[in-house]
Design a protein around this ligand. Structure first.
Ligand code: OGA
Ligand code: NI
Length: 395
């Protein structure tokens, strides 16, 4: 039995064998977007997307318009990068000042993930808050880091990201329509989007029973679009009972999931599901998530059109971009030279949202105090249905 660095070891209730896949796995929907070309089928596609967002918070899409060549090219290129010796990779390493680039010390809920990553802002340069101080409203400009080798790394990633963005906004339209809203209802939130592309490399792991590629978490973004290879390992926790189900690799498909912003905008109608990645002893795995994020100054709160007296807002508004800084205040995601923070808003390793005790926007310490009450409530599986939502007191 090989020894595993203790920083990777999950607590027993979070290991891959706990509460896991039942004998007859239920399939997460796979939706063929070419059906949108048939005017008679459009409404069905929209309702299938809405149902998947509500029941699972996850679905897959095929014939989605992102060319296979763009996906294959980026996959091939990034493999060459991760195969380089560490001296090369750390030349483009994430640091205290610049949160993007290469990193091999990613933690989720304070346990180290069995993976290495490369992060790329969609907008280059990107404007981000200049300091972790909540009072400081200053902004600064950050540039992506690009490796010298492989030489087409930048172009391959850029091209793929442009296609992914197009699909992300198409999906946002469909999601908006599925909620009975105008198709461009969300568009204003993305004027200064903080979207980023991440490359995940999961090497074979000697103890997949103890470590995870990514520990259980929700994505803090609006929606994520994930390309995965054929190895498999991604699992989602079912909304109704928290049981873990695999997201099976489907050739050329993209996995779509709802993030925390969308969950708040829809006042919990759509679900930001917990997910995780199990690793294995023999095969490395690659995945490429595209995290669609709003502008840093957007206040995320339930949409007025979706709340009423019977369905009052369950969240106060929050400036989502402060979430990473707030974690530091709590001492949850330590940011030190050995483990600097990455871009805000991908893997949300604490809860970023706050239940609505009273109306209004939360800032600073108020945010912090009320979050404690929230986190225990939010992690319990949701057992209601759309017409039978528990009240705040019940969850
Ligand atoms: C993530 C994530 C899943 C995967 O990076 O946030 O959930 O399959 N990745 O790599
Ligand atoms: Ni994730």
């Amino acid at each position: 039995m090989e020894d595993l660095d203790p920083t990777f070891i999950q607590t027993p209730e979070h290991r891959s064998d706990s509460n896991s896949i039942p004998n007859q796995p239920e399939e997460i929907p796979v939706i063929d977007l070419s059906r949108l070309d048939d005017p008679e089928d459009v409404q069905n596609v929209i309702s299938e997307i809405g149902d998947a967002c509500e029941k699972w918070g996850f679905f897959q899409v095929i014939n989605h318009g992102v060319p296979c060549e763009a996906m294959n090219r980026v996959e091939k290129t990034v493999k060459k990068f991760f195969d380089l010796p560490m001296e090369e990779k750390i030349k483009v390493k994430r640091d205290e000042v610049n949160p993007v680039g290469y990193h091999d010390g990613e933690h989720t809920k304070n346990v180290r993930d069995w993976k290495e990553v490369f992060d790329i802002y969609f907008k280059d340069p990107m404007v981000i808050p200049s300091s972790p101080d909540l009072e400081d409203e200053g902004l600064r400009v950050v540039y992506n880091k690009w490796p010298q080798f492989p030489s087409d790394f930048r172009e391959a990633c850029d091209k793929y990201a442009r296609h992914a963005e197009k699909l992300a906004f198409k999906l946002l339209e469909l999601i908006s329509l599925s909620l009975g809203l105008p198709k461009n209802r969300f568009n204003d939130y993305f004027k200064e989007q903080m979207t980023f592309l991440r490359i995940n490399h999961y090497p074979p792991c000697p103890r997949p029973d103890l470590a995870l590629g990514v520990g259980h978490h929700k994505d803090a973004d609006v929606i994520s679009l994930l390309a995965q290879d054929e190895v498999g390992g991604l699992q989602v926790s079912r909304r109704s009972d928290g049981v873990w189900f695999p997201i099976r690799p489907v050739p050329n498909a993209l996995v779509i999931n709802i993030g925390n912003c969308m969950e708040v905008w829809t006042n919990d109608k759509y679900w930001s599901a917990e997910h995780r990645v199990v690793v294995n002893t023999t095969r490395e795995r690659y995945s490429i998530p595209f995290f669609l994020l709003p502008s840093h100054d957007v206040e995320v709160k339930p949409l007025e059109e979706l709340v009423n007296l019977k369905n009052p807002p369950r969240y106060k508004g929050y400036k989502w971009e402060i979430s990473k800084r707030r974690k530091k205040d709590k001492g949850v995601a330590q940011s030190d030279a050995a483990n600097p923070s990455g871009p805000v808003g991908g893997n949300d390793d604490t809860e970023t949202m706050v239940p609505n005790a009273t109306a209004g926007t939360m800032h600073g310490s108020q945010f912090l105090e009320e979050e404690v009450a929230k986190s225990s409530a939010r992690t319990r599986p949701f057992s209601g249905t759309r017409n039978n939502v528990p009240t705040m007191a019940e969850i």
